[in-house]
Design a protein around this ligand. Structure first.
Ligand code: KG4
Ligand code: ZN
Length: 348
């Protein structure tokens, strides 16, 4: 008999609910992206929490309608219980617990990062172990995934996440929030060598990242151009900034990838899969560049479809299924957590 899991994701600015089966069918995957934050150029936690409260019921109803099932037909309820903006995490966690309690079904507390880390197994046949690059608006790290709940962090960002750097570049150029996709689009018309931005952590070995210096270089160049011409940037100049920023950020990702692959191969010489996850995995330029680098190491890039790379609840449902299959359910006392590193999961 197939298992159906209902999942709720509310850790940032997406109010999402999905129903997924253990035979890898996404029966519904509803994502309500909050637009309330656009005017602020970033997510405002209090506004996000209130917006989750407002939208969660409708999003849940739509998820059930689209899957054409009732709550009583669900086998377990999962929710992102962290890490994330705590107000939103509380809304999703409490809603899922209430449903689990009323329906007398198991509750599964899912780490948002584990959702990103395992989604690829919903859409592709990727065995453990694999090397994961998780790049989103809030996270930027290399992990060796050797099983459900088994994560070894090889390195992470010392300051800004990659998606954050994309978003800040977009903000400086007036491209709206979140701006990753807008930067990538504009970069297609720009010259990646127009501006020579400094390569982050140049000459430094290891799997860590740093993007705040690059962000500052983009800001200074933007201001300089404005001052010199005493006018806003032209579309061509904006495109050149986007292309040069993306070129340098990607170059850094590729350099860090070489170190991460070497460490992964030392531990797992037969390991072949490199998984790209998180919102930035939607970036086609980064994907293409990574594919070329990985071929040299006899590794294959695998990434979930774009719709499952950005925050959604199907990824939380899938992580819930992987846990459920191992008998890993949680009590209704499981606490919402603002901070929750993957390496703190219980199965290490
Ligand atoms: O995983 P996600 O939806 O939310 C977080 O957990 O952060 O990732 C959102 C991030 C944002 O920073 C967004 O600008 C970035 O992913 N992003 C992109 C692209 N699409 C989304 N960054 C670069 N290129 C893209 N095409
Ligand atoms: Zn995310």
């Amino acid at each position: 008999m197939t298992i159906k899991i209902l999942a709720i994701e509310t850790s940032c600015d997406e109010t999402a609910a999905a129903i997924v089966t253990d035979d890898k069918k996404i029966l519904s995957n509803i994502v309500w992206s909050q637009t309330e934050h656009e005017a602020y150029g970033g997510v405002v936690p209090e506004i996000a929490a209130r917006a989750h409260m407002e939208h969660i019921e409708l999003v849940l109803k739509r998820a059930l309608n689209e899957a054409d099932i009732s709550l009583s037909e669900i086998d377990a309820v999962a929710a992102t219980t962290g890490p994330g903006l705590i107000g939103g995490v509380i809304v999703g966690t409490m809603t899922a617990k209430a449903i689990a309690s009323v329906q007398q079904k198991p509750f599964i507390a899912v780490n948002h990062l584990e959702g990103h880390a395992l989604t690829v197994r919903l859409t592709h046949d990727v065995p453990f172990p694999y090397l994961l690059l998780l790049v989103s608006g809030g996270h930027c790290q290399f992990l060796i995934v050797s099983g459900v709940g088994k994560y070894q962090k090889l390195g992470g960002t010392l300051d800004d996440a990659l998606g954050e750097a994309f978003d800040k570049t977009a903000k400086m150029l007036g491209l709206g929030y979140p701006g990753g996709a807008a930067v990538e689009n504009l970069a297609k018309n720009g010259n990646p060598l127009a501006y020579n931005f400094p390569l982050p952590l140049s000459g430094r070995a290891g799997c860590d990242f740093s993007f705040s210096g690059l962000k500052t270089a983009v800001r200074l160049k933007t201001e300089e151009i404005k001052n010199v011409q005493n006018a806003e940037l032209s579309d061509e100049q904006k495109a050149d900034i986007c292309a040069s920023f993306q070129y340098t950020a990607t170059k850094s990702v590729l350099e860090r990838t070489q170190y991460a692959v070497n460490r992964f191969k030392t531990q797992y010489p037969q390991g072949r899969h490199f998984v790209l996850a998180g919102g930035v995995a939607a970036n086609q330029y980064i994907r293409n560049q990574l594919i070329s680098t990985l071929i040299q190491h006899d590794m294959e890039l695998v990434a979930p479809p774009i719709k499952l790379c950005t925050d959604n609840a199907a990824m939380i449902a899938w992580a819930g299924i992987e846990r459920f299959n191992l008998g890993l359910t949680d009590s209704l006392d499981a606490e919402p957590r603002a901070r929750w590193p993957l390496t703190e999961l219980s199965l290490q």
